[in-house]
Design a protein around this ligand. Structure first.
Ligand SMILES: C[S@@+](CC[C@H](N)C(=O)[O-])C[C@H]1O[C@@H](n2cnc3c(N)ncnc32)[C@H](O)[C@@H]1O
Length: 270
């Protein structure tokens, strides 16, 4: 089994996605979506950005490597009566099922960054976008002081080093890497713009309960806990993550969690 696929089919990412809906919707509102725009959402999960784009009238195709998330996305679209939003399985590093220039807008919010072979990912995103179209990526930033980079930093000290040749998804959060990867796809640096943006994780329970959600349902955190358990260090990992989530929580209520996380928004105008 492809380890990238196995990682995301593990657990149930929909539980984490539930905490990201407001920010997903707000981000899509800023993308200039118009009626009939052909949108590809890569690494779409269960549709945090795909569904709001369809609600704005776009023709949306969500592609994700995880079968369970594709099923969850199609179910959510059907429940919301969206006939202009469908989900299918696919790999961001090989979009051979799509012709050249097939989409007006390719969106990938914390999605394609997880595919191995980042140069292939950039090439494929460029190939399937029409001239005059756009690519918008949301990429977590390595060593950023906010939530996601810090979860990764803490988790990595409990897990064995990644296999030789592994390219961290976080490298997509470094502007020079983004420029280099799109240059490999023939895109000039002037066509790429960068902005810092924020996604807020909102959860109707205390921070420790949100840590539990990550521990039970988020593949990368599940793996970190499995590795920590082997060394009898799982309580230590739980404590470090609870401290992190508590420190970063901005909710005025002790029984709710609201944690903003900074990301790099990349726009490529083709
Ligand atoms: C952190 S989630 C983000 C999901 C969604 N974009 C959102 O904002 O909720 C990462 C997603 O990328 C998907 N993914 C990982 N590797 C992929 C690949 N090679 N091709 C397509 N999707 C991939 C995962 O299955 C997962 O749904």
């Amino acid at each position: 089994m492809n380890p990238n696929k196995a990682l995301w089919e593990k657990g149930d990412f929909t539980r984490i996605a539930e905490t990201m809906r407001e920010s997903g919707e707000a981000l899509v509102q800023r993308l200039g979506i118009t009626e009939g725009l052909k949108v590809l959402d890569l690494g779409c999960g269960d549709g945090t950005t795909a569904l709001p784009a369809a609600k704005l009238g776009a023709q949306v195709l969500g592609v994700d490597i995880a079968r369970n998330l594709v099923e969850a996305g199609n179910k959510r679209a059907a429940e919301q009566g969206l006939t202009n939003c469908t989900f299918q399985e696919g790999d961001a590093s090989n979009l051979q099922q799509f012709g050249d220039r097939a989409f007006d807008l390719v969106v990938s919010i914390f999605g394609a960054i997880f595919a191995p072979k980042p140069f292939e990912v950039a090439k494929e995103m460029v190939r399937v976008t029409r001239p005059g179209g756009r690519i918008v990526m949301g990429n977590w930033i390595p060593n950023d002081p906010t939530l996601v980079a810090q979860i990764l930093k803490i988790s990595s000290s409990y897990t064995p080093p990644p296999p030789e040749g592994f390219v961290s998804p976080m490298t997509w959060g470094i502007e020079s890497n983004v420029i280099e990867r799109f240059a490999g796809a023939g895109v000039a640096a002037e066509k790429i713009s960068f902005a810092r943006d924020t996604f807020t994780f909102n959860f109707p329970g205390p921070p420790s309960a949100l840590v539990d959600e990550f521990r039970k349902y988020y593949g990368p955190t599940m793996n970190a806990f499995e590795a920590a358990e082997k060394n009898g260090r799982d309580a230590e990992l739980q404590k470090e993550l609870e401290e992190l989530f508590n420190t970063q929580n901005k909710s005025p209520s002790k029984d709710a969690t609201s944690i903003p996380a900074t990301f790099l928004r990349v726009t490529v105008a083709l």
